[in-house]
Design a protein around this ligand. Sequence first.
Ligand SMILES: NC(=O)c1ccc[n+]([C@@H]2O[C@H](COP(=O)([O-])OP(=O)(O)OC[C@H]3O[C@@H](n4cnc5c(N)ncnc54)[C@H](O)[C@@H]3O)[C@@H](O)[C@H]2O)c1
Length: 397
Amino acid sequence: MKRISMLGAGFIGRFYAMSLLGQRSQDKIVSVYSRREETAKRFSEDYACPHFTTEMEEAINRPEVDIVCIALPNNLHEAAVLLCCKHKKAVMTTKPLGRNAEEAKRMLLAVEEAGIFNGYLEDLVYTPKFLKSMETVKAGALGRILWAKSRETHPGPHSDWFWDKEQSGGGCILDLGCHCVEISRSFIGKDVRPIEVMCWADTQVKPIDAEDHAIALVKYASGAIGQFEVSWTFRGGLDLRDEVMGTEGTIWINNFLRTGLEMFTSGKSTDYVAEKSESNSGWLFPMGDEVNDLGYNHMFTDMLNSLDKGVAPKETFYDGYVVNAVLDAAYLSAKTKLWEPVNLDIWRGQEPGEQVKHLAEYDADHYLIKEELTHYGAKKLILKNKHTGKLIEREIE
Ligand SMILES: NC(=O)c1ccc[n+]([C@@H]2O[C@H](COP(=O)([O-])OP(=O)(O)OC[C@H]3O[C@@H](n4cnc5c(N)ncnc54)[C@H](O)[C@@H]3O)[C@@H](O)[C@H]2O)c1
């Protein structure tokens, strides 16, 4: 059993509470901090939490607290983390870790210096579909990973502070791209160094200083390419899709819309359908179990089991820092319109070596380019002569 102090009683704080206290969980939220007393009080009543406060430090520095869960606006993550370091409390922080890599690096160094448990709450690498896909990729079913694309688009976030660049640190690149980068990075290999980024971003619809729409390519040392597509201007709900392509196979994941549960209603009910759903009539795509399907359950299981065992969870502040560094490069590239390097002062994966060429052998003199069975019954081979470089075609009846 773990006793959790929740900082933030808003949108994600409540999703986290539903997951932490869901099913037959033994874990408890023992303290909650929110800016406004009525919000903190309502949260404490809803989740049987014995203590609420509008003083952040008071919620952290309580003897019964085993771990602090940070669910605050982005500009408050660092201050909250530093207070956890001061009081030597284990901490887990929602995404993005920082508003930029500099902030994230300070947080990473602070928790490591304090010697406290640190977890990065990136739920989308804990969804059941992601976990199954990752297991398949690790088993080699897709061969060598060449391309991992992740898309998160919706009609825009639910609180004012997201739209203020100073508080949020950026627009949809930071808010949604952080999920996408960690998804692609996981499929490509977290020990493979992200090298450089090319990004297009624009503010096409919303009257804000930050971007509301962006696309980027992230080049990795293995030669693999990560791709993210993000938008705060997409209409039609929350579109969460990933595609992974390898030399031996492909995975397509649809996490949210059209997941197999589709229903039609003329609109007699005004019930909640799913996160960011724009309608509650017509054809609808509800989630079977939103909290589980979005990864929160598997994420907290990993976090709290790791805390019990005294080991690092799958996602730590280091991962949050790498993600911030990739996104910093994306922001710079969107300005310069050039490929920009990912600056990682702290890198704990493989050092980039020579990119290995992967050529399929056919026989002593040829590489195999393509083999295909045609509709007229012939088997065609396209080969390349190893010595002359000449391409030839052979047909086998
Ligand atoms: N899937 C995910 O992992 C996911 C989804 C949504 C949000 N988030 C992250 O969670 C964090 C909080 O987002 P949210 O959607 O819960 O926001 P929210 O606005 O719904 O809630 C913010 C909470 O912080 C408190 N707060 C304290 N000081 C504040 C201040 N100065 N300004 C505004 N609020 C203040 C509010 O009282 C509220 O309880 C952000 O870092 C966001 O990126 C993660």
